[in-house]
Design a protein around this ligand. Structure first.
Ligand code: NAD
Length: 480
């Protein structure tokens, strides 16, 4: 009886994408993977045809039906107007967890870090990747960093569940909550709360700057690291590169309904069409995919054959070293070498077992009971260039009311009124905080203040309402 093949969606991508996809599919087929690939077009060609999100509308049908996507890297054309397909895809399909194992293969692949075996669990949908950016004044542009409680809960729980399933011992959280006290502060708090539910797994936290430095210096000290989107994006490239090459690290993007598997690297246009790219990163994405669709034995067989190929010193150009390697192989020849070693096990490198690696099923994240939310003030942002901070403060003071008083003005987050420093460099973007002396501020007062400012000729470019939640301020204190 022929085994039922699992339908998957694939895309060949751009640059080195087609050659590493071809190599990967050849290995999968030779290993007996029971898959039925459907090809969709994404990337540069689609962008340049006028589809600004880089994917044909019809391709979504395949993705939503198969719910499994093996994707080669794509090129995002330079210039405005093109949206990142990777970011849109992760968000549209709800792929909230990005799992990036970074492992070194010493002594067969040269690395300064021979004992490295860490996994980065990167939040995949939020943070600065919401794509909400604005130009507000002549001089100032902003990008909104969105961190949500459900987003933090899902990714942190995923990291602990993953650690437990993979018998890993420790989860570390990277955050920058010494500066971003509300957004990264929330991520950190959720991490501390959820860690208590996993007493069998050690946990600790690091500010991301020293964390990144330690990953680069002593990666052997880390096991699973969970972090918000941007830090995860950057640090996983660093980790993959110091393990040996970005050309070897794969990545799984996991959601409740769909999953996407890819290489962590991009389309490397400098290597396109030369048969020199390393297909290993996409192959590792494919191995994660096989585990996800319940074909763990085939995944193991391929992974073991790949390790044997490395042990035999058969290397692509990115990891080839004359004194260590036996042969320099092109993309196609490397794939052939992996195929020749199917059925063999590595002698020195650790051979992974995927018997227990089922897709994780996490509980749905519920909504918390609503807080008591009180409007207590407003930050009014002005474009203004008509003098010194003192002049602006004295003018704005007169626009207060019984309900709202000017409390302070900042420029780029630094207090410049009252009692600023003359040394502070100011741009044309002023945050003017009006607070209510009492707690029951009405929205009409906030609107009336904006109208008074507008009528007096001030250029109000944006406002942020200031709320207390259960009595605690929902806004950051001011520097200076
Ligand atoms: P890149 O990751 O494509 O390449 C950086 C360098 O790493 C290359 O010049 C090459 O020397 C090396 N490299 C990467 N993959 C390799 C492989 N498999 N084998 C051997 N060497 C490899 O990064 P980039 O040059 O900054 O970006 C190129 C394009 O890729 C851009 O258009 C970018 O937007 C896109 N990109 C796509 C994805 C994705 O589709 N997931 C991710 C990152 C970047």
């Amino acid at each position: 009886m022929t085994a039922v093949k699992t339908p998957i969606t694939i895309a060949y991508g751009d640059g080195i994408g087609p050659s590493i996809m071809q190599a990967t599919l050849e290995i999968l087929e030779a290993a007996g993977a029971q898959i039925a690939p459907e090809t969709i077009d994404i990337g540069e060609k689609v962008y340049l045809s006028g589809q600004t999100n880089g994917i044909e509308d019809s391709a979504w049908e395949s993705l939503r039906r198969t719910q499994v996507f093996l994707k080669a890297p794509i090129t995002t054309p330079q210039g405005g107007g093109y949206k990142s397909l990777n970011v849109s895809m992760r968000k549209a399909l709800g792929l909230y967890a990005n799992i990036r194992p970074c492992i070194s293969y010493a002594p067969f692949v040269k690395t300064k870090h021979p004992i490295m075996d860490l996994v980065i669990v990167r939040e995949n949908e939020e943070d600065l990747y919401a794509g909400i950016e604005h130009r507000q004044t002549e001089e100032v542009y902003q990008c909104l960093k969105l961190i949500t409680r459900p987003g933090c809960e899902r990714i942190v729980r995923y990291a602990f569940e993953y650690a437990r399933q993979q018998q890993r011992k420790r989860v570390t959280c990277f955050i920058k909550d010494n500066i971003m006290k509300l957004t990264d502060g929330l991520f950190h708090q959720v991490f501390r709360d959820i860690a208590k539910e996993y007493p069998d797994i050690k946990h600790d936290s690091m500010i991301v700057d020293i964390g990144a430095a330690r990953v680069a210096d002593t990666p052997e000290d880390f096991d699973v690291i969970v972090m918000p989107n941007l830090y995860g994006d950057i640090i996983s490239d660093v980790a993959a590169q110091i393990a040996g090459s970005v050309g070897m690290a794969g990545s799984a993007n996991i959601g409740d309904h769909c999953a996407m598997f890819e290489a962590i690297h991009g389309s490397a246009p400098d290597l396109a069409g030369q048969n020199v790219a390393n297909p290993s990163a996409l192959l590792h994405g494919a191995i994660q995919m096989l585990v996800h669709i319940g074909q763990s034995e085939v995944a193991e067989k391929i992974h073991h054959a790949w390790l044997v190929t490395l042990e035999k010193g058969l290397h692509t150009a990115d990891v080839y070293k004359e004194d260590q390697s036996q042969a320099l192989l092109g993309t196609t020849e490397f794939a052939k070498a992996v195929i020749e070693h199917l059925g063999q096990s590595p002698k020195q490198l650790k051979a992974p077992s995927y018997a227990n690696s089922k897709p994780l099923v996490l509980p749905k994240v519920g909504h918390k009971a609503p807080c008591v939310k009180e409007l207590v003030g407003i930050d009014v942002f002005l474009q203004w260039q008509d003098g010194e901070p003192m002049d602006l403060g004295e003018k704005l003071k007169t626009f207060g009311s019984d309900a709202l008083n000017l409390q302070l003005i900042t420029n780029r987050g630094v207090k410049v009124w009252p009692k600023g420093f003359p040394e502070t460099y100011c741009v044309d973007h002023w945050r003017c905080r009006f607070m209510s002396p009492e707690l029951h501020l009405g929205f009409d007062e906030v609107l009336a203040l904006q109208t008074r400012l507008h009528d007096a000729g001030f250029d109000v470019v944006k406002t942020e309402n200031l709320y207390n939640f259960n009595g605690d301020p929902g806004f950051a204190a001011v520097h200076g």
